[in-house]
Design a protein. Sequence first.
Length: 296
Amino acid sequence: MAEELHFGRAAARLYIAQPSLSHQIRKLEEALGTPLFVRSSRSVQLTAAGRTLAREAPEALAALERAVQRTRLSGAGITATIRLGYTPVTGLGTLTALLDALREDHPDFVVDARELFSAEIPERLRAGELDVGLALSPPPLDGVKSELLREEPVTAVLSARHRLAGAARIPVKALREETLLLFARRLAPAYYDTIIAACQEAGFSPTICAFDEPPVSATLARLSSGREVSLAPASFAEHAAKTSPGTVVREVVDPSIPAELSVLWPANDPSPAIAHVVDTARRCAERNEWLRHPVA
């Protein structure tokens, strides 16, 4: 009515009869104790009180709608806060895509994202400290469910001045004389073992420099010096190289090394919120074609 300033047009827009609209406005004015419109035979105008209500009402109604939605979620046993643990290599692509999908699917969810190493995430889930996790080749643990979310190759990140930087593809055997920067095994044991197995398949045991810090802050400066090589999932490696001038990414072959990222959640937690997040993660993986062999 405040937009139309015409009872007939406003009633038609609201799909109600004009007498009903007039009656509702009179009831509202009685409840507020002040007129909202100045009516004449030729026009309808807002009073000062009417202009104030027209200005304030949309925000108040939106806040009421949010409160109603949160109340319904609470009544259904759905918490609005999700404690999400993620490994550093997911923070540059997979996590961002999932958070965007969650904002689209569940705008009332608040995500408390915590950076952890892959080996920590299952334990935190079982201890009730997390609701959902994103981990690289996570170790199996009773009481924790997991599902493959993303498959991609491991690639090499190295200085543009490195002797191997001129090759478009680096065979694993070419890393025989190199020092590899990797997570300490205790932080991502399955991923670490995958790298070691690929090197042994190529006929050598690699020289490893293990670190306990997130890779962006701990390795890129060292890589730019040209003396070491880091092996990381392709999505992480490409983003990391873009943020560090002087480093490049090269495909690793013979054999290619798989990187597998999984979504994890407590096996015995009936929370509908967790189920919603896992379902969103599945749809996100399908939409972005993260799986070479999608889960049925």
